[in-house]
Ligand binder design. Structure first.
Ligand SMILES: [Ca+2]
Length: 339
């Protein structure tokens, strides 16, 4: 009997992202899965977060070009100036990509000419209702703006998968709050009200995902004449030094690939376990603004809005990520790309 029970069509993906070192690894992992036939890009929308709107747009364009995806549509962040916390350039570099953007070719795409993300999200989901999986890797500003402009639009996504929040572990911006939620708590709250089945990958699991310098260095050594592989190696080094400086990896020389866990959920779901519940965002507290809260009391609940990841098989997930990055590099060599 064949192991192939039925043929699956590639999963259509729209990514909302604020690259970001860990965003970059999520985008590269997806590129590998697209080339393997498991995923299909329908677009990338960028959002101000780790760095400015202009820089997240530029970084996304460059990362897509690394894998040969220059034709994927890229949207720019909606304009929003309500933030009270700063960006994360001290972690991800001034350009959001380990101060390495100068080593990559400039993209011909123009920020000023790009579509706004909320319009792109609305158009994408309306044109293919129930077909497109939306992955949120940054603050939820764009997704909330789309929902506000066109109430109910996020329900048209096949799935909504977010790297967001911290429940049983400390935050990474304040003692309680995770960056993507803390950056724009009102947007996070609005998005969490949009559906009953939002998939949330919080710091509780992403803190266990330390991609080590040895892992990224090995990719660089395996493909010494491939720009993509050298970039992976150099970005891994930068991010690892940054994570060590911020004491995020228990002294291990590696970095936390937070955003990449969304890709694992979609394509390697056996690596994760989830708890069903109702997640809300604290947006009033003096010391807890941006905290995510899951009610774990045993009282009857008629409403829940999320599946929250609580456990991850970290070494399995990291091993698969490295394998898929190697496959992407190998494929780029077959496509004739060299430095
Ligand atoms: Ca991110």
């Amino acid at each position: 009997m064949s192991g192939q029970i039925f043929a699956l069509s590639p999963r259509k993906i729209l990514v909302d992202t604020d690259p970001g070192g860990d965003d970059t690894f999520a985008l590269l992992w997806l590129q590998s899965l697209v080339k393997q036939g498991f995923a299909e890009w329908v677009g990338v929308t960028t959002v101000a977060g780790n760095v400015s709107a202009e820089l997240t747009f530029a970084s996304a364009c460059k990362v897509l070009a690394l894998g040969g995806f220059e034709s994927v549509k890229v949207g720019r962040s909606v304009i929003w100036e309500g933030g009270t916390i700063g960006d994360a350039s001290e972690v991800h570099g001034m350009d959001g990509m380990g101060n390495l953007s100068h080593v990559l070719p400039d993209s011909p795409r123009q920020f000023a000419a790009a579509s706004y993300a909320d319009e792109m999200i609305i158009d994408t989901l309306e044109s293919a209702p129930g077909e497109v999986t939306v992955i949120g890797l940054g603050p939820l500003t764009n997704l909330a703006a789309a929902e506000q402009k066109r109430p109910g639009i996020l329900r048209l996504a096949k799935e909504l998968v977010l790297m967001a929040g911290a429940f049983e572990v400390p935050g990474n911006v304040t003692s309680q709050a995770e960056f993507n939620v803390a950056f724009n708590p009102e947007a996070a709250a609005a998005v969490l009200e949009s559906r009953e089945d939002i998939v949330i990958l919080p710091l509780d699991v992403t803190r266990k995902l330390i991609l080590t310098v040895e892992m990224t260095e090995a990719i660089g050594q395996k493909y010494p004449h491939l720009e993509l592989a050298q970039f992976i190696h150099q970005l891994g080094q930068f991010m690892s030094e940054s994570c060590l400086r911020h004491r995020e990896t228990a002294g291990i020389n590696g970095f936390l690939v937070h955003d990449a866990v969304t890709v694992a959920y979609l394509f390697y779901p056996e690596t994760l376990l989830f708890r069903r519940g109702w997640v809300r965002v604290e947006n009033a507290g003096n010391y807890t603004r941006g905290q995510t809260i899951l009610d774990r009391r045993h009282e009857t609940k008629c409403f829940t809005n999320a599946f929250v990841a609580v456990e991850v098989e970290a070494m399995n997930l990291l091993g698969i990520l490295v394998d898929d990055l190697n496959r992407l590099c190998s494929q780029r060599l077959k496509e004739g790309v060299r430095i």
